[in-house]
Design a protein around this ligand. Structure first.
Ligand SMILES: Nc1ncnc2c1ncn2[C@@H]1O[C@H](COP(=O)(O)OP(=O)(O)O)[C@@H](O)[C@H]1O
Ligand SMILES: [Mg+2]
Length: 251
């Protein structure tokens, strides 16, 4: 089990001061265990703020978030986060980057080697174990980033526009591969993006937020079958969902 529940959450930066800014208002959400959900909304509507609060980087001014009933407070290995900007260490090889978290936690060398092998393969970097980040493309660095978070064996993966800086073709490959990893690991994923097609393609549920202060405008259950394939992007069903949600976004 790893279900996140957001309960009557409102967040005001600088609450009580003259420059107070309410960025999220009255948010109620449930991210079921093992589900893949995306959050979409115009820039500045509070998507990153919401995700960072799930990571425990700061606390909401009102309301709360729980993971399996426990109030989220502070960061935890159970909740891994991937940002748009990769967090790969340039002075470590691909394999060492991936086993960085386990090493910090004092996992034995033997176990670390097994973790490196598993995740290097799972994220499609076999053969690149001993390469340096500077020798990799943007997409491959992103793979290292994702492998590194997975290597910590979190229950929940929080992804903030992770593919936002990649070209269209690389992005589609990364999306398909992410879904495959998700299927094999059954982690709960919360994925923030401003790319509607990406959100629909990946998700069980697309959450549309209104402009600031961010509120939940609509939740779309995506019933496209799994495993998803690239051809589905061209189906009537997909395009209809895209059109519907596009109309809800404030442009
Ligand atoms: N630490 C902070 N202090 C004050 N305002 C912030 C802080 N972080 C973000 N904001 C503001 O909150 C709003 C929402 O930001 P953000 O969550 O990054 O939006 P999004 O990710 O949807 O683009 C923006 O107006 C931003 O300027
Ligand atoms: Mg953001």
């Amino acid at each position: 089990m790893s279900e996140i529940v957001v309960d009557k959450l409102t967040h005001t930066f600088g609450k009580g001061s003259p420059g107070a800014l309410t960025v999220l208002e009255d948010i109620d959400l449930t991210f079921e265990s093992g589900s893949f959900s995306s959050i979409v909304g115009t820039s500045g509507c509070g998507k990153s703020t919401l995700l960072k609060m799930m990571a425990g980087l700061f606390e909401p001014s009102d309301g709360q978030m729980t993971l399996d009933g426990d109030v989220i407070k502070g960061t935890s290995q159970r909740r891994g986060m991937v940002f748009q900007q990769d967090a790969v260490f340039p002075w470590m090889t691909v394999a060492k980057n991936i086993s960085y978290g386990p090493r910090l936690r004092g996992v034995s060398r033997e176990e670390r080697t097994a973790i490196e092998k598993k995740w290097v393969e799972m994220v499609g970097l076999k053969g690149f174990e001993d390469r340096w980040p500077r020798e990799l493309s943007g997409g491959m660095r992103k793979r290292v980033d994702i492998g590194r978070v997975y290597a910590n064996d979190p229950d929940v993966l929080l992804m903030d526009e992770p593919f936002g800086a990649l070209d269209a073709q690389t992005k589609e490959r990364m999306q398909a591969d992410l879904l495959q990893t998700w299927r094999q690991t059954q982690k709960t994923v919360v994925f923030v993006t401003h790319d509607l097609e990406e959100a629909i393609f990946l998700s069980d549920k697309v959450i549309v937020m209104s402009a600031r202060p961010g509120r939940i405008r609509h939740i779309e259950e995506v019933s496209l079958p799994r495993p998803r394939t690239d051809e589905m992007r061209l189906t009537d069903e997909f395009i209809q969902i895209k059109r519907k949600l596009w109309g809800m976004l404030e442009h």
